[in-house]
Design a binder for this molecule. Sequence first.
Ligand code: 5GP
Ligand code: MN
Length: 331
Amino acid sequence: MEKSKTIVEAILQAKKCVITSHKSPDGDSIGSSLALYHFIHALGKEATICHPDEAPGFLKWMQGADQIHSFEMEPEFVVNELVTADLIFCLDYNSADRVGKDLQSVLEQATAQKIMIDHHLNPSDLCSIVVSETSVCSTAQLIFELIDHSGNLSLLNEPIAEAVYLGIMTDTGSFRFPSVQARTHEIAAKLIQAGLKHHQIHENVFDTNTLDRLRLRGYVMSERLEIIPDYPIAIISVTDEELQRFNHVKGDTEGLVNVALSIEGIKVAAFFSEKNGEVKISFRSKGAYEVNVLAHDHFDGGGHKYAAGGINYASLLETVEKFKSVVPTYF
Ligand code: 5GP
Ligand code: MN
């Protein structure tokens, strides 16, 4: 990463550094943010993490997670941090609209120098320094490269290792997607050498189900999973009422779309969930099937070829019908 020395220099010069990521944070937003946060501390500097939304419950155990501020919980604090910062990191997203309507203009108008580190296609011109590596599996891996290429590998410690590993693990389906490179495993080895207990991370993320969460997943698989006739496409849709029936908390439906994709012969999966009159959608695909264009064209979204998402401002039923109606155009 040729810009790594410039970026570390910017951190060392900054008076107030703020780390941002996208709405509905996933493991990579949290992992890359915490990895950079702990690295900045190891450099002897400070930073504030300001995200649009709260971290999902299943990641609250992470070292430093209690230092994540969110616009959702502390709107005034977060706006003030962005306005008064002189350095803002934009991690794991490629354009300002990904922080949500409320924060977008604050971010765009903030006078700080902005640095984007991301792995999504088509980075916007929001930031003056852009590290956009679309062939790299996760932003967390790019934070590791920043540390390594700037000559700071000696600062790698266990909290950084934990955060980098978490980001890589969650964005690669536990090291299985094609995006995993030999380098990804080299990095994992270095993280373990730095004191990482990798089995603990897997346990904390995957072996902490609540009974409600498992029952919701069982219900969804048995009652809400359907295959679109004549297409290799599986969809799941859940209503607000159904989520509430199982005392749904953030993260409970994480990964269900991949379970739909795991059906033999299925190439595309979509997951629709309703909340406050909006429908959030996750798309996954494999092989020659790509979903980011469809997400962009019809659902105000985007993402990677094989993992994309979007939103629709209509009922769940209408949203599913809309998806079914555009299927023939894309697949
Ligand atoms: P997920 O299904 O896990 O929410 O999102 C998968 C991927 O799709 C994310 O990593 C992100 O790249 C993309 N994505 C999800 N939701 C949106 C959205 O509303 N807008 C855009 N542009 N991309 C999204
Ligand atoms: Mn990511």
